[in-house]
Design a protein around this ligand. Structure first.
Ligand code: HEM
Length: 230
């Protein structure tokens, strides 16, 4: 098990550090952030302790993450950096949502005349927001824009988008932003944690990478993976 000092889900320093604190944060928000960190760390440390004495019940997301983390660390000669942190899982989902946003585009209709740079948009005009193209734009994301690199998000979304929040909006933006976004992220983490409890998996050799937008982004030939029970 990772100790409760620097590494792991409950670790201080690097993984829980200020790098996940949005850059433009006022004093009150910073206080809340650190208070929340302390509360969360406390919960995790108590669960780690319970796990150490064999009392942890892995019947919720935190229990599952702690257990799978502990297993991975043990299997890798107790190398603490091998464990997966909550942030690592965030990072991976963000990168998946960047390259394969389920909603590939949004449409907005203007109600008033608007001037955007040199372009004047008249009322009633439909404007298409091509999420997938913006998410893969080299000018915004760099030359490796099309590569799968979760580490882009290692210092949070704000750093990854270099403060230009309109570069990443898999859940939309503004007053009509997806109301299910937090639920969707927790659900995805839970599903992954449940799978990783019992299986390891790798891509099937018959997998073909053909993502197609059919209302939402979907793998045309399916997502064939080989599961092995652990
Ligand atoms: C990965 C999963 C999901 C993605 C990528 C996603 C994406 C989106 C996007 C792009 C919008 C349009 C936002 C806009 O127009 O600016 C939206 C709206 C919405 N989503 Fe999601 N969504 C997801 C999961 C969910 C879940 C799980 C729920 C419900 C439990 C949900 C409920 C809604 C609702 C009700 C709206 C309409 C909000 C409104 O128009 O006021 N979504 N979603």
């Amino acid at each position: 098990m990772q100790d409760s000092g620097e590494g792991g889900l409950g670790g201080g320093g690097q993984r829980w550090g200020r790098r996940f604190l949005p850059t433009k944060t006022n004093k009150r928000m910073k206080e809340i952030y650190w208070k929340l960190q302390a509360v969360m760390r406390g919960i995790i440390h108590r669960r780690e302790e319970a796990m150490r004495v064999g009392e942890n019940k892995a019947n919720d997301l935190l229990g599952m993450l702690l257990e799978s983390n502990s297993k991975e660390v043990k299997e890798n000669g107790n190398r603490k950096e091998m464990g997966m942190s909550i942030e690592n899982v965030n990072m991976i989902f963000h990168e998946v949502l960047r390259l394969y946003p389920p909603a590939t585009m949004l449409i907005r209709v203007t109600h008033e005349k608007i001037k955007l740079g040199d372009v004047t948009i008249t009322p009633g005009m439909e404007i298409l927001l091509p999420i997938i193209l913006i998410h893969r734009d080299k000018e915004l994301w760099g030359d490796d824009a099309k590569q799968f690199k979760p580490e882009r998000f290692s210092e949070g979304v704000a750093k990854a988008v270099k403060g230009q929040f309109a570069s990443f909006f898999p859940f939309g933006m503004g007053p009509r932003i997806c109301i299910g976004q937090n639920f969707a992220m927790v659900e995805a983490k839970l599903a992954l944690a449940m799978i990783l409890q019992h299986f390891s998996f790798e891509l099937s050799s018959s997998y073909e990478h053909v993502p197609v937008p059919v209302i939402t982004m979907q793998p045309k030939c399916g997502a064939k993976i080989m599961l092995s029970q652990i």
